[in-house]
Design a protein around this ligand. Sequence first.
Ligand code: TEU
Length: 543
Amino acid sequence: MNFKDKVIYQIYPKSFQDTTGNGFGDLKGVTSRLNYLEELGIDYIWLTPFFISPQRDNGYDVADYRNIDPLFGTMADCEELIEEANKRSIGIMLDMVFNHTSTEHQWFQKALAGDPEYMDYYFFKDGTPDQPPTNWESKFGGNAWEYVPHLKKWYLHLFDVTQADLNWENPKVREELKEIIRFWKNKGVKGFRFDVVNLISKPEVFESDKVGDGRRFYTDGSKVHAYLKELVADTQIENMVTVGEMSSTTLEHCIRYSNPKEKELSMCFNFHHLKVDYKDGNKWEIMQPDFKALKTLFYNWQLGMQENEGWNALFWCNHDQPRVVSRLGDDENYWKESAKMLATCIHMMQGTPYIFQGEEIGMTNAKYTDISQYCDVESKNYYEIMLRNGKTKEEALAILGARSRDNSRTPMQWNSGDHAGFSNSTPWLSIPENYKAINVEIEQNDADSILAYYKKLIQIRKEHPAISEGKIEFIYKDHPEILAYKRSFGDEEILVLNNLGRNHTRLTADLQLESYEKILGNYEKADHAKELEPFEAIIYRRV
Ligand code: TEU
C-alpha cells in the first residue's frame, strides 16, 4: 500500500459542520462538505472519535466503540459518509482510543460492580484512601490514580479521572479491541489512527518515580511492539493506512513502529518539534520558539527515519495543538506569508502530510479573553493549577491563549455569514472574531489565498516523485532561521527554502539558483532572487 503520495485531512466533527442546528457539528455535516475536500485534493479523512461518549474529553472517553453518539448522528449517517467518501476516492480513517475507556463503558461499570473478570480489564490496585499506588501524574493534572471506596482499590487513569487505562496484558482485552477493528473494517473504513498507542504497555511492577511524573515506566513499554504486531496481524490491517499517536517517544521506537518489515504501523506522530516553545519542557510556561532546536529535531527525525526505512507523519496542527500560524508564524503582520511558509516546510519534507481542518485557510488561535469561553478539560484543570501556583488570572489567561487545546477546536470558518456558516445557532465553542476575514468562501475566490496554496502543495506532491518518495538532504544547517533541504528521486531534484523568521536574509552563491526553476512560492518576485523575504518559502526544481 503506497501512502507516500497521499495527503490526510483531519476532521474534528464537533466543529466542522452542523446540519441540525444544535450548535454541534455532525457526520451529515462532514458528508455535506465532501466536495470541498475532493476539490482540495486530499486522499484520506481522519475523523476524531464520534462514538458513544460522555464527552468529558470530547469523545476520547469512549463508552461504546461500536455505536455513534447521537450528538453526531446515526450509524446510517456514518455508513453514508463512508460510502460517499469512497465514491470520491477518499478513504475514511477512524480514531481508535485503545489505551483507555470511559468509566461509563460497560466493562468499567462491571468492574465497579466488583466483577473480577472486568476488574482485570483495567488496573485496580489495593490500598488505603490516603496512599495512591504510585506518584505518577495524570497528563491532565493531579495524581493518575483514583480511589474507589467500596472496592478499597485505586484504578489507573493516565488522562482524565473518567478515562480508565485498559490492561493490555489481559488477552481478553486484546481480543475485544481486535473485534472493534474488524467491526469498522467491515463497514468499509480505509485506515485507523491509534490514540496514545505507545502507552499501552504498562510495567509488571508499579513503582513511584523518584525523578519524574512516571512517564518513563509506561512510555514505549516493553511489550508495546508485540501488542501492535498481534493487533495488526490478527485484524489483517497491514495493508491499510495506520498511524500511531506516540506520546514522548523516541526515534528508535518510531523506526520500529513504522518500518514496513516490522508489520506494525504505516507511520507515527511524534511531538518533539512542537515543544520548541515550551520553557524547560513545560507546556504551561511560554517561550519564543527555538528555531535551532526545531531544525535539529527535523534533521534527526527525517534522516533517522530515512536511513532506517521508518516513515513520518508530517504535521503542525491537530485538535490538541494551538494554531501554527499564531504559534510559529505571525497572524497579524504576515498572516498569509507565514501560513504558506509553514505549510511548505511540512509538505515538502519526507513523510505523509496531515492538514487539520481550518489550517488550509490559515485559521488562527481563538483569542478568548475569559475563562468561561474555554471548554477543554485540560485547559480548565490547568487554569486552576496555575492560579494555585501563584499566577494571576491575566497571566493564566495569556498562557491558555497560547497553549489551550481549544485554540484549534473552534468551529470551521466557512463564510462571513452568521456563525461563520458552521451552524444556524450558537456553536458549542465560540468562533474567533476574525471569521469575516478568514473563511473558505473568501479564499475560494482568491487565487493567491492560503487555500489555493494548499491545493498546489497537494497537487505538486502527486506530480513529483521527488516530493513523495525522494531522499532528503538538508543544507544551510547552521543558519539560525532558514530551513532548507533538497529532495531527490532518479534524475529529479527539488530544492526547498523556508525562512522561519521575519528578517530579510541573503542567500549564498553556492546554491546555484540559476540552474533551478521555481515551482511554487509565497511571494511575487523575480526568480532566483538572492534574498529571502520575511517568512518566504520557495520550491525550486532543477532543470
Ligand atoms: O492525546 C494525547 C496526548 O498526549 C496529547 O497530545 C495531549 O493532548 C497533551 O499531552 C495534553 O497536554 C490524545 C488525544 O489526541 C487527545 O485529544 C486526548 O485528550 C488524549 O489522547 C486522551 O485520549
